[in-house]
Design a protein around this ligand. Structure first.
Ligand SMILES: Nc1ncnc2c1ncn2[C@@H]1O[C@H](COP(=O)(O)OP(=O)(O)O)[C@@H](O)[C@H]1O
Ligand SMILES: [Mg+2]
Length: 339
């Protein structure tokens, strides 16, 4: 029997909050199912659990520590002041404090969040990445001639497919210019424009620091999307149930993969995880072309942990039930050396 721990679950909220804020109403909602699932699992595991939500005031952590001394912080805070780019700063603060916490450290979060830096590192190590260009806000940016259509125009540092719709897929310079301007002005983000990689879309979940466990591969299938149409996990494709039904979008286990290809995918993902200095747990998004070329799309350290999301579903398939997965994440967090 492993030692029971004092665990502080760190959450983010969308507006100013108090030390003893009661979040039980939010925890009933669909939006908070990750937080609710994790809290329930921690209770089931017998740990002593408290939570703290932060908006823009890290002093709440200091105040919380006056009455509760956690062995570990379970980090579910991925924004600060409603800004998702600050996840790495929250973690930097925990690192400076010397708190043990779950998930990825500040360097991994920073490298993965920046969709151009991560690709530069991986391409140096000969992992296939789409050709891309970055266009900062305030720059007019036209398409470099080496970048071939079709192109996908994305925010440089976003997640959850914010800013990604069918209009992100562009086939002319006119559409390119329009979409870049839209992301600059309406989303207030710099742009990364990438060559569109046609192929199957895979999600690979990994856990660990040095010794890595790779869980069974998931795939997003686009059953009702005609073969010649672009297949993109847009914002609606991820979050709009009606839309998912209409186009036959389904997250499922990858079927019919050649064993050699499966092995290549798993090896590639382990290399990516290490090269981007990820620790804790992560989901890596790939595309595999009809010629079985593996392309890196994105690494997601601290992916969504809800029991019905790809990460937990993959773990479950390999025999790791949800509370045991949460326990593994905790033990991994306790072992991580942060400096
Ligand atoms: N270069 C690309 N080629 C093909 N599809 C892409 C490419 N980049 C992104 N996509 C599609 O868009 C989705 C979201 O892109 P991603 O970079 O993962 O953004 P987010 O961080 O918001 O999830 C991917 O899951 C994939 O379906
Ligand atoms: Mg993604």
């Amino acid at each position: 029997m492993k030692k029971k721990l004092n665990i502080l679950v760190l959450l983010d909220v969308a507006g100013p909050t108090a030390l003893d804020e009661d979040l039980s109403a939010s925890l009933q909602t669909e939006d908070w199912k990750t937080q609710a699932n994790v809290l329930a699992a921690l209770a089931q595991l017998g740990h002593t659990v408290e939570y703290l939500a932060i908006f823009d005031d890290l002093d709440l952590l200091r105040q919380k520590f006056l009455t509760f001394t956690p062995d570990l912080i379970f980090n579910l805070a991925d924004q600060f002041k409603n800004n998702r780019a600050f996840d790495q700063n929250i973690v930097s603060f925990l690192e400076m404090h010397g708190n043990a916490f779950t998930g990825c450290g500040s360097t991994g979060l920073t490298l993965c969040k920046h969709k151009a830096i991560s690709k530069k590192i991986l391409s140096y190590h000969r992992i296939h990445v789409p050709q891309f260009t970055v266009i900062a806000r305030g720059k007019r940016g036209s398409r470099p001639a080496r970048l071939k259509f079709p192109i996908l125009v994305k925010p440089l540092k976003e997640e959850a497919s914010y800013g990604i719709s069918q209009a992100s897929f562009v086939e002319t310079d006119e559409q390119f210019k329009e979409r870049v301007q839209f992301i600059h002005e309406k989303h207030n983000h710099d742009v990364i424009a990438e060559e569109y990689i046609a192929g199957r879309e895979f999600y690979v979940s990994l856990l660990g620091n040095h010794q890595l466990t790779v869980f069974p591969i998931r795939e997003l299938v686009f059953q009702e999307v005609p073969p010649d149409e672009p297949k993109i996990a847009t914002y609606r494709a991820k979050w709009d149930e009606e839309y998912r039904k209409r186009w036959g979008l389904q997250n499922q286990f990858a079927e019919g993969l050649d064993p050699g290809l499966t092995k290549d995918i798993l090896q590639t993902c382990k290399r990516i995880y290490r090269l981007l200095t990820i620790d804790g747990y992560a989901r890596i998004d790939l595309r595999v072309t009809p010629n079985n070329e593996i392309y890196f799309i994105e690494a997601n350290p601290n992916p969504m942990l809800a029991a019905d999301e790809d990460f937990a579903q993959s773990a479950l398939k390999s025999g790791l039930a949800y509370p045991q997965l949460i326990e593994r994440i905790i033990r991994t967090g306790l072992k991580t050396v942060r400096e």
